[in-house]
Design a protein around this ligand. Sequence first.
Ligand code: ASP
Length: 331
Amino acid sequence: MKTKLHIVAVLFGLLPGPPTASADPPPIGIAIHGGAGALTRKNMGSIKEKAYRKKLEESLMAGYRILKSGGSSLDAVQRAIVILEDSPYFNAGKGAVFNLEGKNELDASVMSGKTLQAGAVAGIQHIKNPIQLARLVMEKSKHVMLYGKGAEEFAKRFKIPMVPNTYFHTPERWRQHQELKNRTSAGRPYRFVFGTVGAVALDRNGNLAAGTSTGGLTNKEYGRIGDSPIIGAGTYANNQTCAVSATGHGEYFIRWTVAHDISALMEYKGMTLPEATHLVVMEKLKAVGGEGGVIAIDKNAGVSMVFNSEGMFRATVRPDGSPDIKIYRDE
Ligand code: ASP
């Protein structure tokens, strides 16, 4: 039996009352990107634009459904990325860009904000979904990063799909490879369209995760590794701060340790996520010509999608559960 005093104390908010059935569940959230760069309405065309938006929505909502049903942020991130890797539209998995030798070399990484465990692969030529291998490196090896042949040997211990290098080829990427070769030999400038993919998520248990997957930069040197598989550069997650996935000119993202810098600004300077992403992408990177952007989510499911290029394929889920899909700067 509760005393009158107890009831009065509850009424005045001095003691907690009984839990109400309508107590909100902990927040969840997800954001994805499909690369940044010279993305204008003119460059895209309306048919292509529709197809990209559709694929982004499919990836986003597949990840969101996992979170909604109580699944982990790592599973949501991986699922969303696999869908984009399997699509020929993006520079990851099928549809990855060619290196200077006319081959595809893929990089990917994933990180858990709960444990700070991370897995990464680089220079992959025969794994259908590099993000899947990055997750295996994180969970089944003692290491953080494996590259090239060693990574693919490791993959053989698990039943994950392996493909010939030609699986990744698309006519559009071959055209870009040739065009850039011609432009370079003619000394003409080339504007990058980055098409790396990434996802960040927060699950019901308050765990953040981030992942990124890419074919790198068109006509990169054989053996070049970008920021996407570098923990702290292209990918970072920490439950205390945020989860980040980047896209852009990787060399800058490595040297400015972009993903970790955003987290560190929150941790050490007490910045909010929008403040930290803005400072790093719109001020620090922009000042030195580091083109690109990031998607990030904080522990309260606040999302930032910031870029200093003309556009960035990006998407998140609104609080009412509907998809919010954007490409251009003015959206
Ligand atoms: N950041 C990637 C790299 O430099 C490229 C991209 O974002 O599309 O490898």
